[in-house]
Design a protein around this ligand. Structure first.
Ligand code: SF4
Length: 453
């Protein structure tokens, strides 16, 4: 399949809609979280969920630890080498699941389990086994459940990968980001191609059914030729999926990014060219571009779902299943329960303190009105299926008109049937779905979620 044409987008559009955010999985459709969202409100939505026993559930567990901080990182994580600190986190996680399952019933079946971070495989083997034991004591994995975990290749070993497989994980994701030495040194994350390849092949040999590799574009010292080399090396490994995230430089909210020298960051148009090279390399190799920034093999369920207009996106990411009940555990975890969006306190100590007091550790929450929900569903549909039916106009009101106006710039096509994102517009899809005054607040820190481990 021929790759989409290289875009030539005016700088003004790149600045407005450009590649400026990184990795938030969860569109909030312009909703403002409410700090006064109470335990009682959360209990009410959990009690509603208790009655909806047929609703498919997804569980996200956030592991907020790493062995060292990468300079580009936008995740909620803490550097620790303390076994006790991780054990205390697991105690609190156990308690959090207890609080939730007391309300919805223990032993509810889950269709999707995703463990992210931070670095989940920073936990030692007994701790990983304990994490899974905690999950399985409170929930039952459906026989065909999608079970995935994010791993840092620098922390992986043969024994650890075998353990994770034995614990039931069938999908694994490794953070590669970039394989060029200068880029790796500039972002404080040095990992050789040989090491990444060894880990990748070990995961293959262990039996993982799907291996995802994460890349990041827009990093310091990335050039068209250096990134092309990374893309070729990644392609050579034969991953099942590749996620290609945009780096967002925002040291005001992530002070460690001050260590990145902005003089070496690519410009907006250079970033676009880097992303386009990823599109070209993967599509020419037979991968299909799904949603915002994911490339999958043609037989991947995500592509099949997108082709049928049945791709979904929840707090965990793209999914072929309409799992819109997401229970999130761990600091900063974002959940979606019934008509509420909730986010846990991102501060590890606060999260633990709240749990020790017997409280739900929620930092923000919002009960969506029927209008909120329709707007959110419409924008998610656009993000997944690259089109909006004309019937969404009433739900989106002036936002629909705003999107229609982008036909002037060639970003969308408008017909009586609705709006369709053009190949040009697809490069700015994230921005189209939520610019500064639009529907999705991708950039606000309270909703920031997972990036890449
Ligand atoms: S990018 Fe991943 S491994 Fe690096 S500090 Fe952030 S969470 Fe940890």
């Amino acid at each position: 399949m021929a790759p989409p044409l290289p875009p030539s987008l005016p700088l003004e559009l790149l600045e407005r809609y450009g590649h400026s955010t990184h990795g938030c999985a969860m569109p909030t459709t312009g909703l403002v979280g409410d700090e006064t969202f109470t335990d009682a409100q959360y209990v009410a939505v959990l009690e509603c969920l208790a009655k909806r026993v047929e609703d498919p559930l997804a569980v996200y567990v956030h592991v907020p630890f790493c062995h060292v901080r990468c300079l580009y990182c936008a995740c909620t994580t803490t550097v620790t080498h303390s076994i006790e600190k991780v054990d205390q986190y697991l105690d609190a996680l156990d308690h959090e699941m207890e609080l939730v399952t007391e309300r919805i019933g223990r032993g509810r079946q889950i269709q999707q389990l995703h463990v992210g971070g931070g670095t989940p495989n920073h936990l030692n083997e007994p701790q990983l086994a304990r994490l899974m034991e905690i999950v399985e004591r409170h929930f039952v994995l459906a026989p065909n459940a999608c079970t995935s975990i994010e791993c840092n290749p620098r922390r992986a070993s043969v024994g650890q990968l075998e353990l994770l497989y034995g614990l039931g994980f069938r999908r694994i994701s490794f953070g590669v980001q970039d394989l060029n030495n200068d880029v790796q040194r500039a972002i404080g994350r040095v990992q050789s191609l040989n090491m990444v390849r060894d880990v990748f092949l070990t995961a293959r040999a262990t039996g993982f059914e799907s291996i995802n590799l994460d890349l990041v574009y827009g990093l310091p010292f990335q050039t068209p030729s250096s990134f092309q080399a990374t893309l070729d090396q990644v392609l050579d490994l034969g991953p099942d999926r590749v996620a290609c995230f945009s780096y967002a430089h925002d040291p005001s909210s992530r002070p460690h990014q001050h260590a990145i020298d902005t003089a070496h960051l690519p410009s907006a148009s250079e970033k676009l060219a880097l992303f386009h090279s990823a599109v070209r390399v993967f599509t020419e190799a037979g991968y299909r571009w799904v949603g915002l920034d994911v490339f999958v093999r043609e037989d991947d369920e995500l592509f099949g779902a997108q082709a049928k207009g049945q791709l979904y996106r929840n707090a965990i990411g793209y999914t072929p299943m309409p799992a819109n009940q997401v229970l999130a555990f761990g600091p900063s975890g974002i959940g979606e329960v019934g008509d509420a969006l909730v986010q846990n306190d991102p501060d590890l100590r606060q999260w633990q303190r709240r749990l020790n007091n017997g409280e739900f550790p929620i930092a923000w929450g919002r009960r969506m009105t029927a209008t909120d929900r329709k707007r959110r569903e419409a924008i998610l549909y656009l993000m997944c299926n690259l089109q909006l039916p004309a019937s969404s106009a009433a739900d989106l009101d002036k936002e629909y008109d705003r999107l229609c106006k982008e036909a002037e710039h060639g970003l969308v096509e408008v017909s009586d049937d609705g709006i369709r994102v053009t190949p040009q517009g697809r490069y700015l899809l994230r921005g189209l779905c939520g610019g500064p005054d639009t529907l999705v607040d991708w950039g606000s820190s309270q909703w920031r979620f997972r990036v890449s481990t």
